[in-house]
Structure formats: C-alpha cells, structure tokens
Ligand binder design. Structure first.
Ligand code: ZN
Length: 322
C-alpha cells in the first residue's frame, strides 16, 4: 500500500499538511500494529502430520508446535471440529482425526485457531493433500431378488440404529487412549479395510472395517483404553462392543460369541473384552473390527501403525516436521 506522505500537497496551509502527514503516519502505525505481528504469530505455529501420505480412510495424527505457550487450540478439518490437547509443557499439541474411506481425493484445508497464554488469538491454515485410497474391489454376482428382512426384523434394525446413534453421541472431552492402538487379536487379516463390493456390477457396499481370522472362542482385547458405550447383541453385528476412546474416537468389535464387559465399564488397553464368534450376519467365524471418528470410518491397520504420544506424560511423537 502506498501512503500519500511523499506527495506534494498544493493549495493547503502548513497546518493542514502536517495534520495529513500525521494522519498518514498514524495509518502506517496501525498497519504495523495489526498486520505484521499477526503474520509473525501464525508462522510461529508449525503443523505436521502422520501418516506422511494421507489418503481416503487414513487416521491422521496432527501435531502443532508453538514457539510460545498456547492456552487452547481448535481445528476445523473436512467439516469436523478437532479439539487439540497438549502433552508436554503446552508447546506440542495433538489432534487425532482422520479422513473417511469415501472422501474425495483433493486438497483440504486444516484451519487452526490458537488462543495464546496472553489471550491473543492466532489463526493458521495448512493445506493437506488427500490421496486416493488404494483398496480392493470385489465383484460378486448374486440373484437379482435379494431376500428382504421381514417387517419385524426391519423394526429391530431401526431400533438398533437408534441404540448405535446414542452410543456414537457419547461425549468424553479428553482423550482416554494413550500411546499406540494395538490389534485386538494376533491372527492374520482375512479381509482388508475399504474393499468395494459390487453386486451384479453395481457398487453395493464398502467394507468399513478389518476382518481377522479368529477361531470361535479366541480372546479379543481392547485396542486402547476407554469406556464401553455399547455391549449387546445386534441383528447385523451380532454380539458387539463399542469403546469410546474420547473425543468421539471409537473402536468396534463384532460377531463375538461372548461379551466380558458391560456398557459403562472402563477398560484398559489390552484388556480381554470378549471371545470371538460368528454371531449376527457373518459368513463364518471371524472378528470384524472397525475404527470410527465423528462418523468417519478409518482403516484400523493404519491406526495400529500410528506412533501416538503417551498421555498424559511427555509427548514422544515422531511426527515429521514440515
Ligand atoms: Zn468385516
């Protein structure tokens, strides 16, 4: 912006010239006061994330490092709100989030709002590229006439949807997890996450979980610490457990033969929560496990690999700086 301080001001008395000059200098001072410190402050927030390549279905760990002390940090990511938490002296802040398996690839903005210890508010925006998720496609051919659930079953499915919605609206403000999530069983994967199933050439469903081979009666453990928000038999899921790990980050365990926890229980990472089975709509004995964050389904296999910080001790994340 050019200010008129170097222009000649014909036809004005000396007093008016000085007055205009002072007003111009005042405007310059205002610009310096408002514009430059804001730019410097947003630069003082350094954003990094894991995994390095974010794709549809990826869980993501966002890390924000600040030069000064931050009082609170919020983020906006693909229409979701993230409340960040700090684990070491309020300089490193973390947000566990993700990208839904059916999200479109493209460039998405992570918008941050930091409230500094001195009360000043700083904004920062970071573009993150979401790549296409490379998941398998399974072509199935079935008779055109699907067997429809009867009226009574449809009512049951509708009632169970409300029960699940209630479980997923459970709120825990702080993370309950600490460190890495672990696979609930040590067997081989029988079907990966994200497989697109087409029936008679039409996309019918996306596999929103990960299946493990599991002999009936195999012990199933909690992937991380949290609170059991659902533990009951459902039509499709069979005996099902949902654990809330805080901030609307859940893990799900389906088709169990036996439940060893109840709704409202607090569980520790690695704790046995039930035994595997083939209950509900399962083609055979296996464990279906799923990860859900604010309604988005994420790849459990990628979650097991994320080096998450220990809480509430000092943060040891290996997030790459950018
Ligand atoms: Zn499955």
């Amino acid at each position: 912006m050019s200010l008129p301080i170097h222009q000649t001001l014909p036809g004005l008395c000396l007093y008016r010239k000085i007055s205009l000059l002072l007003r111009s200098l005042g405007a310059l001072a205002m610009l310096l006061a408002v514009g430059i410190p804001t730019a410097a402050s947003s630069k003082s927030l350094v954003v990094s994330w894991l995994p390095d390549t974010v794709a549809a279905g990826s869980p993501c760990l966002f890390r924000v490092d600040a030069a000064g002390s931050i009082g609170s940090l919020r983020g906006d990511w693909m229409g979701h709100q993230i409340t960040f938490f700090s684990s070491s002296g309020h300089h490193a802040w973390y947000g566990l989030a993700g990208v839904d398996v059916e999200a479109k690839p493209g460039s998405y903005k992570l918008s941050l709002e930091a409230t500094l210890a001195n009360g000043a508010v700083v904004h920062k925006q970071q573009i993150i590229v979401v790549h296409i998720g490379h998941y398998k496609t399974e072509k199935l051919t079935v008779p055109e006439k699907f067997v429809q659930p009867d009226a009574e079953t449809l009512r049951r499915i509708e009632d169970e949807k409300k029960i699940k919605d209630a479980a997923f609206s459970h709120e825990i403000a702080e993370p309950e997890w600490s460190g890495k999530f672990i696979p609930p069983i040590d067997t081989a994967v029988s079907e990966g996450f994200g497989t697109r199933r087409t029936f008679n050439g039409k996309l019918a469903s996306v596999h929103r979980g990960l299946d493990y081979h599991a002999k009936p009666g195999s012990p199933i453990r909690a992937a991380n610490s949290g609170e059991v928000v659902l533990a009951r038999e459902l039509f499709y899921e069979g005996n099902c457990i949902i654990i809330d790990h805080g901030q609307q980050f859940y893990t799900l365990y389906m088709h169990l033969s036996h439940l060893e926890v109840s709704e409202g229980d607090n569980v520790e990472k690695g704790q046995e929560i039930g035994l595997s089975g083939a209950t509900g709509r399962a083609t055979g004995p296996h464990l279906h496990t799923a990860v859900r964050w604010q309604g988005a389904y994420l790849d459990p296999a990628q979650l097991w690999l994320l080096p998450l910080p220990q809480l509430p001790s000092t943060g040891q994340s290996q997030a790459n700086s950018r």
